[in-house]
Write a protein that binds this ligand. Structure first.
Ligand code: GLU
Length: 415
């Protein structure tokens, strides 16, 4: 089964929204494409002395609301269309959260798991060498995403600072705390998702203390979701998975054990005293809450009808195809869509930028409280629109986000 092209998915979602909002045809067409994109070749001296050339991208989708904002992915299967889709979703995400930022995304085709630390550093610096003139606090502010880390953000910030002859902490977010990072950035994506889940559970009368949870994907978002579902709500996490497979244990899975096994064997599939399951099986488990925290296109028309979870929290970007969306909506599954559910990451990135500008540091509690306020407000904005127009939560999120971008473009005189 060939996977849908993520950019076509993003465009299709926008087309739906354009109908609901009765968007002007020209404005609609403008929003269907990125404003600007860069394709770069990055030569990297490998440890064996040879030069290897990596292909990279940066897409600046729309900056009507402010400088572009969005992560950089390192992935062997990265494509320009994936980056375009992710940049579009960032545009809707920052808008939905009311942040004074536009949307962008970057990517490099590589497998960081096969690169030494030195090669990772030279690649990260090389990427910035190719795009530094076009990014910066007033233009476009990158951040981490799939397979990129705070350490890489520190190298990138340092490279940008050297090239501009400054200490430009605000040029990138998701940095380590000691070089201008923010308290609460590491678990922000998962934590933000938890705040929206809390609100959804109230709406659906689900007691999260008694809820069972399955988590697909065990990177930054999935692993923190495991800890937080237990710490914040006392829910029982019965299944977890990563790219190599997963496990199920009806008695619950301890996040410390999962973290240790993942660190030792590079997969959670080796967690002892539990049943091995595939990623596909995990998605269809009889649980209350499903976290989709891996990659795009995992919930499709093939499996959507078999999903038993009452709430899906999309911590990944683009996990559900449009056909699957329609099936889930028909079956009464409450989907907290990606650019709402996972917006905690960019929201704390925005807080990081603000602190960098102020040269001031907020405490964990301050960050959590500000994040909670924004996520809760955004969730209820989307829920309200979904009820008002009788549309699903993703379509509702689109109406709120796109309308704000259109309004800004009008005010700026672009359209
Ligand atoms: N990569 C994250 C996302 O998809 C965070 C982006 C950011 O912090 O700018 O939302």
């Amino acid at each position: 089964m060939s996977k849908p092209n993520p950019f076509e998915v993003a465009q299709k979602q926008l087309d739906d929204c354009a109908k609901i909002l009765n968007l002007d045809a020209g404005v609609h067409e403008f929003l269907r494409h990125p404003r600007r994109e860069f394709h770069v070749s990055i030569p990297v001296r490998m440890d064996d002395g040879k030069i290897k050339v990596f292909q990279g991208f940066r897409v600046q989708y729309n900056d009507a609301l402010g400088p572009c904002k969005g992560g950089i992915r390192y992935h062997p299967d990265e494509t320009i269309d994936t980056v375009r889709a992710l940049a579009a979703w960032m545009t809707w995400k920052t808008s939905l959260l009311g942040l004074p930022l536009g949307g962008g995304k970057g990517g490099v085709i590589c497998n960081p798991k096969e690169l030494s630390l030195g090669e990772q550093e030279r690649l990260s610096r090389g990427y910035i060498d190719m795009i530094w003139q076009y990014i910066g606090p007033e233009k476009d502010v990158p951040a981490p995403d799939v397979y990129t880390t705070p350490q890489m953000m520190a190298w990138m910030m340092d490279e940008y600072s050297k090239l501009t002859g400054s200490n430009s902490f605000g040029c990138i977010t998701g940095k380590p705390l000691c070089v201008g990072g923010s308290c609460g950035r590491s678990d922000a994506t998962a934590r933000g998702g938890m705040y929206t889940l809390r609100e959804a559970a109230k709406e659906l009368n689900i007691d999260l203390k008694k809820a069972t949870v399955a988590i697909q994907g065990y990177g930054n978002a999935g692993s923190y979701a495991h800890t937080l579902a237990i710490d914040l709500f006392g829910s029982k996490v019965v299944a977890v998975s990563d790219s190599k497979g997963g496990v199920y244990n009806a008695n619950g899975i301890d996040p410390d054990v999962a973290g240790r096994i993942k660190a030792e064997t590079s997969t959670v599939a080796n967690i002892p005293q539990s049943k091995k399951i595939s990623n596909e099986e995990l998605l269809e488990l009889d649980v209350d809450i499903l976290f989709a925290a891996a990659l795009e296109n995992v919930i499709t028309k093939e499996n959507a009808g078999s999903i038993k979870a009452k709430i899906i929290v999309e911590l990944a970007n683009g996990p559900t195809t449009p056909e699957a969306d329609a099936i889930l909506y028909r079956n009464g599954v409450h989907v907290i869509p990606d650019f709402l559910a996972n917006a905690g990451g960019v929201t704390v990135s925005y807080f990081e930028m603000v602190q960098n500008i102020m040269r001031y540091c907020w405490s964990f509690d301050e960050v959590y409280q500000k994040l909670d306020e924004r996520m809760t407000m955004a969730y209820h904005g989307v829920l309200g629109a979904s009820k008002k127009y009788n549309i699903n939560m993703r379509q509702a999120a689109y109406t709120v986000a796109v309308a704000r971008v259109v309004e800004a473009m009008k005010m700026r005189g672009w359209i």
